[in-house]
Structures are given as C-alpha cells and as structure tokens.
Design a binder for this molecule. Sequence first.
Ligand SMILES: *[C@@H]1O[C@H](CO)[C@@H](O)[C@H](O)[C@H]1NC(C)=O
Ligand SMILES: *[C@@H]1O[C@H](CO)[C@@H](O)[C@H](O)[C@H]1NC(C)=O
Ligand SMILES: *[C@@H]1O[C@H](CO)[C@@H](O)[C@H](O)[C@H]1NC(C)=O
Ligand SMILES: *[C@@H]1O[C@H](CO)[C@@H](O)[C@H](O)[C@H]1NC(C)=O
Ligand SMILES: *[C@@H]1O[C@H](CO)[C@@H](O)[C@H](O)[C@H]1NC(C)=O
Ligand SMILES: *[C@@H]1O[C@H](CO)[C@@H](O)[C@H](O)[C@H]1NC(C)=O
Ligand SMILES: *[C@@H]1O[C@H](CO)[C@@H](O)[C@H](O)[C@H]1NC(C)=O
Ligand SMILES: *[C@@H]1O[C@H](CO)[C@@H](O)[C@H](O)[C@H]1NC(C)=O
Ligand SMILES: *[C@@H]1O[C@H](CO)[C@@H](O)[C@H](O)[C@H]1NC(C)=O
Ligand SMILES: *[C@@H]1O[C@H](CO)[C@@H](O)[C@H](O)[C@H]1NC(C)=O
Ligand SMILES: *[C@@H]1O[C@H](CO)[C@@H](O)[C@H](O)[C@H]1NC(C)=O
Length: 461
Amino acid sequence: MTILLWLLILFAIHAVALAKQRQFNITHGSSLTPITNSSWFSPSRNFAFGFYEQTNGYAVGISIVGMPNKTAVWTANRNSPVVPSNAVLLLTSDGRLIVHVGSQEISVINPSRAIASASMLDKGNFVLYDSDRNVIWQSFDNPTNTLLPGQHISAGQELFSSASEADDSFGIFRLEMQHDGNLVQYPVDTADSAPYAYYATGTYRAGNNVTLNLDDDGLLYLHNSTNRLRNLTRGGYSRERTIIYMLKIDADGILRVYSHSLNQQNSSMIWSSTDDRCIPKGLCGLNGFCTNTDDQARCLCLPGFDFVMPENWSVGCERNFTAETCRLRENTSKYYDMRTVENTVWEDSTYVVLGRTTKEDCEQACLQDSNCEAALFKDTECRKQRLPLRYGRRDLGNSNLALVKVGVNFIPNEGLPNQTVEETKGKKQRIDILIAGITLTVFALLVLGISGFLIHRRKFY
Ligand SMILES: *[C@@H]1O[C@H](CO)[C@@H](O)[C@H](O)[C@H]1NC(C)=O
Ligand SMILES: *[C@@H]1O[C@H](CO)[C@@H](O)[C@H](O)[C@H]1NC(C)=O
Ligand SMILES: *[C@@H]1O[C@H](CO)[C@@H](O)[C@H](O)[C@H]1NC(C)=O
Ligand SMILES: *[C@@H]1O[C@H](CO)[C@@H](O)[C@H](O)[C@H]1NC(C)=O
Ligand SMILES: *[C@@H]1O[C@H](CO)[C@@H](O)[C@H](O)[C@H]1NC(C)=O
Ligand SMILES: *[C@@H]1O[C@H](CO)[C@@H](O)[C@H](O)[C@H]1NC(C)=O
Ligand SMILES: *[C@@H]1O[C@H](CO)[C@@H](O)[C@H](O)[C@H]1NC(C)=O
Ligand SMILES: *[C@@H]1O[C@H](CO)[C@@H](O)[C@H](O)[C@H]1NC(C)=O
Ligand SMILES: *[C@@H]1O[C@H](CO)[C@@H](O)[C@H](O)[C@H]1NC(C)=O
Ligand SMILES: *[C@@H]1O[C@H](CO)[C@@H](O)[C@H](O)[C@H]1NC(C)=O
Ligand SMILES: *[C@@H]1O[C@H](CO)[C@@H](O)[C@H](O)[C@H]1NC(C)=O
C-alpha cells in the first residue's frame, strides 16, 4: 500500500517535471536560441513557437513539429531580415518578447500591456497573457499566410503570401475577407477593385460580418453571424488527431488546403482555388505573360522585350533597345514592325477602339500612331494600348491577338526585312550626294563672284 502511494507520488513529481520541461507556461526570463533549445512546444508537441530555419538565417514563428520541412503556420516580423544563429529570444522580466542580436534589440510581438506569461496551445495558437491571465494577444487573431482549424479570418483581415517557399517574408499576393462579404484575392499594392481580383467567391451581398473558417475535417467555408453561407471544400476528411488541416496562400498566389499527417510525416493538397498556375495576377511583372508548361508557370516577355532580372520574373520585362525610343514620337512606320502574340489576355489599357478592322488594318493603325505601342485584336475589333501591358497570360481558349510594335531598323541582326536596311542606306547615300552637290555649287558660285569682282575692279583702274 505504502509502496503504491510512493509510486503515485513519484509519478506525480515526474509529471510535474515533465510539464516544466515542456514549457506549457512560459514565464519571465525564459529564452530560446536558434540551435539549442529553439522552441516552446504545445502540450501535444504538435506545434512549436520559436526559431525556424530560412535560407540565410532564422525566422521566429509557429511551426508544425515533425514535418520534414518545418512547416510554418505563423511568422513574426515579415518585414525584417532573418536573424543569425547567435540570436536570443527572450521574455524579459518587464514583460516584453524580444530578440537580441548582439546589442541590437528587435521586438517580436508588441501587445499594449506587459506580458506576464505565454502559452503555445495544442490547436497551434500562441497566446500572451497579462498578470490577471487575460489574453492580450494571440496568433489566431493575427494571421500571416495560414488559417488553421479553430481560427477564422474576419471581415477586414488579410492573409499575405510568402516571398518564396524558403522565405516567409512578405510576397506579392493577398487574400482579403472583405467587409461586403466577398472573399477575394489580389496582388499586393492594388486597390480592392474588380480589375485586380484573380479569385473571388462572389458573395459580395452577404453582409459585413462574414468570416472564413476551417473545420478539423478539412471543410473550408464562409459563415455570417448566423449561417453557413458557402462551402469551399467538400470537407468530411478524416478527423484523426494526428492529421492537421491548413489553408495557405502559397508563394505562387494560389490558395490551397493541405492535410498533414503527423504519423506518416507527409502532407498532401486536398483543395486549391485554381488548377491554372497562371491565374494569379502579377506573377510575370510588366510586359511579360505567363504560360503553363508541364504544370509549371513560366513567364515570357513580349517580342522586342527582355527580362529586367532573368532570375526574378515578377520584376517584368523592358524594351531590348533604348537609344531609339524617341522615334516613337514621329510617324515613322519605316522604323517599326508589328509582331503577333497569339492566345493571350491582358489587363485592358485601351485608349482607342477601332471597329470592323482586319488584323492588317489594326497593325497599320498602330504603326501610324506614334502613341500606339501595342494593340489587342479580336473579332474585328482593334484596341490600341499604351505600355506597360500587365497581367498577361496565355489562354488557349481566347482568340485574342496581342500586336506589339518592335523596332526593326536599328537591329540589323535578325527577323529584319532586308530591303528596309538597303532602302535606308540608299536614302542616306542620296542625301550625302545632295549635300556634296550643294557645297560644290556654293563654292563654285563664290569663286565666280570673287573673280568677277576682281576683273570688274581692274577695268576701272
Ligand atoms: C503561468 O504563469 C503565470 C505567471 O507566472 C502564473 O500566474 C500562472 O498561475 C501560471 N499558470 C499555470 C497554469 O501554471
Ligand atoms: C532551455 O530553456 C529553458 C528555459 O528557458 C531552460 O530551463 C533549459 O535549461 C534550456 N535547456 C537547454 C538545453 O539549454
Ligand atoms: C522540402 O524542401 C525541399 C527544398 O526546399 C523541397 O525540394 C521538398 O520538396 C520539400 N519537401 C516537402 C515534403 O515539402
Ligand atoms: C459576427 O459574427 C460572429 C459569429 O460569426 C458573432 O459572434 C459576432 O457577434 C458578429 N458580430 C456582429 C457585429 O454582428
Ligand atoms: C446569414 O445568411 C442567411 C442565409 O443566407 C440569411 O438568412 C441571414 O439573414 C444572414 N444573416 C445575417 C446576419 O446577415
Ligand atoms: C456545407 O457542408 C456542411 C457539412 O458537409 C453541410 O452540413 C452544409 O449543409 C453545407 N452548406 C452549404 C451551404 O452547402
Ligand atoms: C502519407 O503517406 C502514406 C503512405 O505513403 C499515404 O497512405 C497517406 O495518404 C499520406 N498522407 C498524406 C496526408 O499525404
Ligand atoms: C529585340 O527583339 C526583337 C524582336 O523579338 C528581335 O528581333 C531583336 O533581335 C532583339 N534585339 C536585341 C538586341 O536583342
Ligand atoms: C523579386 O522582385 C520583387 C519586386 O521587385 C521583390 O519584391 C522580390 O523580393 C524579388 N524576389 C526575389 C526572390 O528577389
Ligand atoms: C504616316 O506614314 C504613312 C506611310 O509613310 C502614311 O501612309 C500615313 O498617312 C502617315 N500618317 C500620318 C498621321 O502622318
Ligand atoms: C536577307 O539577307 C540575308 C543575309 O544577308 C540573305 O541570306 C537573304 O537572302 C536576304 N533576304 C532577302 C529577302 O533579300
């Protein structure tokens, strides 16, 4: 009997020690470093708050434990550079959560009141408390690029994509739960208006209190204050505790729901907002367009354009010549030719529409208009465009032709009509002869005049 009691007491002491080690309750003075002791775990050890590896250093955030690639579901300071391996994360005695890098001090989370303690919860929510154990901040209310079951995106909130799979700083796409009830995806740095949208649920009449939710069976849905409005996924997937579902706006701009198996340590995609990787607007930057090859998005430049940064497509394309651009001001159809790009769609930046034209008429109209740099031709309609052209992508179901003005005479290498060069050369020679002729004539007249004057003067003396 006494032995049993002792065993029980020993077990209890062990459990307390274990709990302490697991850091359920993170208190003042607790610290982390990237290499040893990098995380505070949730009681189930499914989630961890702390340092995780990026390409050139460490970020601070929440990740799912045990996945081959630490899968982050929340990231702090996405505007700041990653930190080196000598960084220290600290909950200070005056209640601030900071990272020390040498003598530099970076704030990680900055709630309005002093932090008394923190907890990494089993659902993946990292929570900060004040001294009265009130929640003063939680990651579930401050999403970055991921939505977890039990969390919701409320009206006015946005998710932002990461820069790349290996860099969780801000990328170039966003998802907004709008106040009108519509769930919409846009590129960053654009207004919330239809021409920029590339995905929308169309629920813009659903009222000002619609939320986006994910259930623990993978069901993704919109909810107003009282009802489920719209299911985006089928749901009904396994509810096993070892499977974690998450919605993420990926670096390529596409929304996907993933299922992570903690036992098998693998994950798979169960839903995506589109199968066409070219749908996200801005993937290819200005004057570039997106094509799908082998299920991968690839960017191409318009004819006569080259990538500004070949390794970063989103920066876009620029003309492959510069010196002669002033000639755009003249009516110099001789210096230009039109090139055709088939089956592409673009943002509309039309300044003139010509009806009942042929492709050839459209090309001529653009060549003879010094303001015209490109034209979109479809079904006898010619729409003159100013550059830059944006949001281009190949759409094989669309017969639209993009006609692009390219310089020809100052690039005598390739694809160039020979006679144009000869013609210009000939013209230049003719002008040279003309100038020489005039000079000679003037000189002759001058000589004649002077000698006439001299002869005339002689006669009088
Ligand atoms: C967690 O820590 C705070 C601050 O030290 C303390 O007040 C609270 O009782 C602790 N909670 C638990 C569950 O241990
Ligand atoms: C990890 O950090 C905790 C609290 O900050 C500390 O108690 C523990 O000793 C550290 N462990 C190692 C291996 O540094
Ligand atoms: C892990 O990351 C590497 C490189 O970042 C990638 O090639 C690989 O596909 C990833 N594996 C999983 C399971 O996501
Ligand atoms: C919005 O809806 C949530 C539930 O979805 C509800 O708790 C909250 O009170 C609603 N807010 C308003 C202002 O109607
Ligand atoms: C929520 O949606 C339901 C069904 O569409 C509708 O009947 C109800 O009035 C809506 N509630 C609010 C508060 O808008
Ligand atoms: C959404 O799915 C749930 C669960 O499968 C179902 O109960 C509900 O009726 C569906 N709602 C809509 C609007 O389709
Ligand atoms: C993980 O891998 C196992 C076996 O390869 C497979 O049966 C299972 O469906 C996978 N789970 C996920 C979530 O991808
Ligand atoms: C510029 O682009 C045009 C059209 O694609 C091409 O014919 C020409 O060779 C290019 N010039 C240079 C200098 O790359
Ligand atoms: C690519 O260019 C964009 C826009 O200038 C920039 O925001 C992004 O950081 C760049 N990405 C890389 C990987 O350099
Ligand atoms: C431009 O030049 C072309 C051919 O040289 C000529 O047919 C056309 O009328 C001119 N257009 C203007 C607006 O001067
Ligand atoms: C254009 O020039 C190239 C090389 O000088 C020559 O091979 C080709 O036959 C010429 N084409 C015409 C139409 O004159």
